[in-house]
Design a protein around this ligand. Structure first.
Ligand code: PGA
Length: 252
C-alpha cells in the first residue's frame, strides 16, 4: 500500500520569520499519528529555519529546486549536499514554473534528479501538459516524453520509491482543477509508462501526487481515487487551515 503524501510548495512566498510561524502551525496541526506523510517546501532562505522547527517531528522538509553539480562556480545555485546538510530529504524537480520561466528542460530535470538521488534526497518529479497540448490531444504524449526524459539512465533501484507529481499547467494557480477522472486517467498512464520502463512492481510502488488548484473543497474527491497518492499544493499550502484540511482529507 502506498502511503499518501501531501506536500506544500510555498513557491516565492514567506520571509523566514513568516515561514517559521507557518511551519510551527503545520507541526502543531499535523503531527498526530496518522498514516499521511506531510512535507513542506519553503523558499531557500527559510529552509534552515523551518528545518529546525520540523526536526524531530513527522513533517518532512523539501526544497523547490537544486543544481545538478556537486559543487562549483555556479553563482546563485544550491547543491543537493547543501540541501541534505540543512535537513532536506525531498526536492521538487521540474516544476512547470521552472520549465516555463527558467529554461528547465527534460534533460536538466534528469540531471537534477540524478544529483538529488546521489545525495539521498527524494526528488518529487513534476510533469504536466499545457492547455494547448491537452486541447490538441497531446497530453499523454507530452507527459510520457517528460517522464522518459526525466528517468533516462536511472536504474530500477533509483526509480523505486520516487515521487511524481502530475500537474496540468492549466490547473496551476488558476482555480481550475483536472476532474478526478482526468487526473486518475493520467496517473494510470504515468504508472503504465513507468511499468514499461522499469517493471510493474517498481511502478506499483512509486507515488504519484496530483497538483493544480487543490483546495479543501476538492481534496477529498481527488484523493479518494486509488491512483492519486497525494497532492502537491501551492496556494492552499500558505494558510494552515486550508493545508491542514487537505492533509486530513488524504487519510485512507
Ligand atoms: P496551486 O499550485 O495549488 O497554487 O495551483 C500547485 C503547484 O504549482 O505545485
Amino acid at each position: 500500500m502506498r502511503i499518501p503524501l501531501i506536500a506544500g510548495n510555498w513557491k516565492m512566498y514567506k520571509t523566514s520569520s513568516e515561514a517559521i510561524v507557518l511551519a510551527e502551525a503545520v507541526v502543531k496541526a499535523l503531527s498526530m499519528p496518522d498514516e499521511t506523510q506531510v512535507v513542506v517546501c519553503p523558499p531557500f532562505t527559510a529552509l534552515a529555519a523551518v528545518g529546525q522547527i520540523v526536526a524531530g517531528s513527522k513533517i518532512g522538509l523539501g526544497a523547490q529546486d537544486l543544481h545538478w553539480a556537486k559543487e562549483g562556480a555556479y553563482t546563485g545555485e544550491v547543491s543537493a549536499e547543501m540541501l541534505w546538510d540543512i535537513g532536506c530529504r525531498y526536492v521538487i524537480v521540474g516544476h512547470s514554473e521552472r520549465r516555463q520561466y527558467f529554461g528547465e528542460t527534460n534533460e536538466s530535470v534528469n540531471r537534477k534528479s540524478l544529483a538529488a538521488l546521489a545525495s539521498n534526497l527524494t526528488p518529487i518529479i513534476c510533469v504536466g501538459e499545457i492547455l494547448f497540448e491537452r486541447e490538441a490531444g497531446h497530453a499523454y504524449a507530452v507527459v510520457e516524453a517528460q517522464l522518459k526524459g526525466a528517468l533516462s539512465g536511472l536504474t530500477s533501484e533509483q526509480v523505486q520509491g520516487l515521487i511524481f507529481a502530475y500537474e496540468p499547467v492549466w490547473a496551476i494557480g488558476t482555480g481550475k482543477t483536472a476532474t478526478p477522472s482526468q487526473a486518475e486517467e493520467m496517473h494510470a498512464h504515468i504508472r503504465k509508462t513507468i511499468a514499461l520502463l522499469f517493471g510493474a512492481e517498481i511502478a506499483q510502488g512509486v507515488r504519484i501526487l496530483y497538483g493544480g488548484s487543490v483546495k479543501p473543497d476538492n481534496a477529498k474527491e481527488l484523493l479518494g481515487r486509488s491512483e492519486i497518492d497525494g497532492a502537491l499544493v501551492g496556494g492552499a499550502s500558505l494558510q494552515i487551515d486550508s493545508f491542514a484540511a487537505i492533509a486530513k482529507a488524504a487519510k485512507r
